[in-house]
Design a binder for this molecule. Structure first.
Ligand SMILES: C[S@@+](CC[C@H](N)C(=O)[O-])C[C@H]1O[C@@H](n2cnc3c(N)ncnc32)[C@H](O)[C@@H]1O
Length: 354
């Protein structure tokens, strides 16, 4: 049986949050926003953030852009070669007032394939009396670069938040959090995902308390069924419907935020299909997005996408953020109306045609 964690427990520990390249900059910023005295000695690697934590675990819940929380057992490989003394001492500290002490009982644990694993397992079992259970662990001891870490299963993203049903093309939820953050949705916005799949991005908008209306469309009825399951527990008014992104069933200037991960043309669709889909969809986006609206679109079919934006009247890319996830390196493009398009919109409103 997996242990629960008391997220209202006050703990002190040296922690490592596993994120993704490209996402980690925003996570770092959010950690600095919390700052001292809860988070001190904040540092980053290319895909993670580390800090000394002194607070209630629930204070970490707003930091949505990490998958795994670990206790740092060791930061230098040399120390490990000389035995695991430091790592055992850190584990012990964590059982006495650190993250591991917040678990509902003695954890089951596993140790990944690291050098000296056999004797280390013996030491942990003897010192703490924990059960070594590689299949149902609460604490997973792994090497990550130069770090030796004790992952706390109960603080994994999939256990911190509501369970998400997935489809094969579902976006990594950590990337999903980034896309939503980049879109900066407000509480009273209408937020739309025209390639909604299982609805990951819409559930994320609701989870951070933004968006007054959520709309999701997709060409696939199967994907929409999964999205319905995911949005069942969401209180924000929402509507899911089948539609092709080339012909959106929405009035002009009706959407504040469009957030989507598009068919990349690799695992979903093809480059050839995208060469028709992208320009037609972007023309629709320019039509339905409000003058001061913002869109965030993730794709790996980058050259085609950039060319399609350039050829779409009234919109432009204002920022690009590349991420790495699942062996792919897609880019999130932030899109807004051009100044000219905004001026024309103001004129249209003055003339009473808005
Ligand atoms: C990358 S997936 C989106 C995954 C979604 N964000 C999630 O987390 O589950 C792309 C989606 O676009 C849909 N799609 C493909 N072509 C489409 C089209 N022409 N119009 C609308 N949806 C389309 C697919 O059915 C798929 O669900």
């Amino acid at each position: 049986m997996l242990r629960e964690i008391g997220i209202d427990s006050h703990v002190r520990d040296r922690m490592h949050l596993q994120s993704l390249p490209g996402v980690v900059d925003r996570l770092l910023q959010h950690c600095h926003d919390i700052g001292a005295p809860t988070l001190t000695n904040i540092r980053r690697t290319s895909d993670s953030v580390l800090f000394d934590f002194d607070g209630r675990l629930e204070q970490l819940l707003p930091l949505r852009m990490f998958s795994t929380l670990s206790v740092v057992l060791d930061e230098s490989e040399h120390a490990r070669i000389d035995g695991f003394g430091d790592a055992l001492a850190e584990l012990e500290q964590s059982t006495k007032g650190g993250a591991i002490s917040a678990l509902s009982g003695p954890p089951a644990y596993r140790v990944d394939r690291i050098e000296g694993r056999g004797p280390f397992i013996e030491s942990v079992s003897r010192k703490f009396g924990w059960k070594n259970d590689p299949k149902a662990w609460d604490v997973n001891i792994v090497e990550h670069g130069r770090f030796l870490l004790a992952e706390v299963g109960a603080m994994h993203r999939s256990r911190r938040y509501a369970k998400l049903h997935r489809i094969p093309a579902s976006v990594n939820p950590v990337v999903g959090s980034l896309l939503v953050q980049l879109a900066k949705p407000e509480a009273d916005d209408t937020v739309y995902d025209p390639f909604c799949g299982s609805g990951t991005l819409l559930t994320e908008v609701a989870a951070i308390g933004r968006g007054a209306r959520l709309l999701g469309t997709d060409i696939s009825l199967k994907a929409l069924e999964v999205a319905r399951l995911n949005l069942k527990a969401v209180d924000t008014p929402h509507l899911l419907a089948q539609a092709r992104a080339e012909a959106l069933p929405l009035p002009a200037h009706s959407i504040d935020r469009i957030i989507s991960n598009m068919p990349f043309g690799k695992r979903v669709g093809s480059h050839q299909v995208n060469s028709h889909l992208y320009p037609q969809f972007l023309a629709e986006l320019a039509r339905v997005l409000r003058s001061k609206g913002r869109a965030v679109l993730l794709t790996e079919d980058k050259r085609l996408f950039q060319q399609a934006v350039q050829e779409t009247s009234g919109v432009r890319v204002i920022k690009e953020v590349q991420v790495t996830s699942g062996g792919l390196h897609p880019t999130a493009y932030i899109i807004e109306h051009t100044q000219k398009s905004r001026r024309m919109d103001r004129r249209r409103k003055r003339l009473g045609r808005g």
